[in-house]
Design a protein around this ligand. Structure first.
Ligand code: FE2
Ligand code: FE2
Length: 320
């Protein structure tokens, strides 16, 4: 779950209009996921294509959430609530990105597609939490979360290069895409499964847009492969340490307001949750998405993927 969560930006001026990637790019990664999507999700996807519109909260069958099943799953509360906090705070880092990327196509996409979709993820996940746990005060604890989380979203956090910040964005969207894929795979509550299926499609689409912007900006900057590797690693480490801690902290406090939350508490919570989530984590999908900005030889990547996947799995389980 640590590889969730969106990020931030810097300054340059290039008015080159960028052409966003087509939606078909999504299939490349979504086809990598192991389990077969459920029938509800397939129907929703067909509807979405037929109507040529993005899904809305009205498409979710809130009335039929199996509340007992959701409440009995220890993973659902922590993971869904933490994600609802981070997604709801999306306007913070979206505003930074818009300031950093003045070119018209990127700005248009960020304002009119990316930000509304991220905010919709937050609204939908919040609705899910409030339906399943109506006794908890989501708003109050979100405000506490926001006060702390907003300190992270400053301009100083952004990469100085636009191309490298796009690489960082790719890491974040890889995290969200694979996180929602894992959650979709393990969800035993049908409405959560549908919802996470819809969100993961959006996240893969975000990844493809940011990667496209990276390729365009790279042509105007002198970016070396080593710089890309550094950016990939840097953002991965930051996400791991900060965002997960703050979101899990306030998720924990919503349920245990009388208790303290510290790093020991985080360690024990992570130890309990991680094996459940990582059992269905799409390692290969994550590796392909992270390696793509490096433009490595395709044959070499395909040859190395099984080995890299094994290493990633072992690393993940050793970290538990
Ligand atoms: Fe999202
Ligand atoms: Fe996203």
């Amino acid at each position: 779950m640590n590889v969730i969560f969106p990020g931030k930006d810097s300054k340059h001026n290039d008015t080159t209009a960028l052409q966003p990637p087509s939606p078909q790019h999504n299939r490349e990664f979504l086809n990598d996921t192991t389990p077969v999507p459920d029938v509800t999700m397939q129907a929703t996807s067909r509807d979405k294509q037929r109507n040529n519109r993005h899904w809305t909260l009205a498409d979710i069958d809130w009335q039929h959430i199996d509340r007992e099943r959701a409440r009995n799953n220890p993973l659902t509360y922590y993971v869904v609530t933490a994600a609802s906090f981070v997604e709801t705070a999306a306007d913070l880092y979206t505003a930074n990105l818009v300031e950093h990327f003045p070119d018209p196509t990127a700005r248009h996409w960020l304002i009119h597609y990316w930000q509304p979709e991220e905010l919709q993820h937050g609204q939908a996940l919040r609705a899910y939490v409030e339906t399943v746990w109506p006794e908890l005060d989501w708003t109050q604890h979100y405000n506490n979360f926001f006060a702390e989380y907003s300190q992270l979203c400053t301009m100083e956090e952004l990469e100085p290069s636009r191309a490298l910040e796009m690489v960082a964005r790719c890491v974040v969207e890889t995290g969200t895409s694979t996180f929602y894929t894992a959650l979709h795979n393990i969800s035993d509550e049908p409405i959560l499964r549908t919802l996470t299926g819809l969100i993961r499609q959006d996240e893969v689409s975000h990844y493809n847009h940011f990667r496209h912007f990276f390729e365009e900006y790279k042509q105007h900057e002198h970016i070396r492969r080593l710089d890309v590797i550094r950016s990939l690693y840097k953002r991965y480490s930051e996400v791991e340490n900060e965002d997960a801690y703050i979101s899990l902290k306030h998720t924990w406090l919503m349920r245990h307001p009388e208790q303290e939350f510290d790093h020991a508490q985080l360690a024990s919570l992570t130890q309990a949750l991680r094996p459940l989530l990582m059992r269905q984590y799409p390692y290969r999908m994550a590796l392909k998405m992270l390696l793509q900005p490096l433009h490595l030889n395709r044959g070499l990547v395909n040859f190395s993927l099984p080995l890299l996947e094994q290493v990633a799995r072992r690393l993940m389980f050793r970290l538990q």
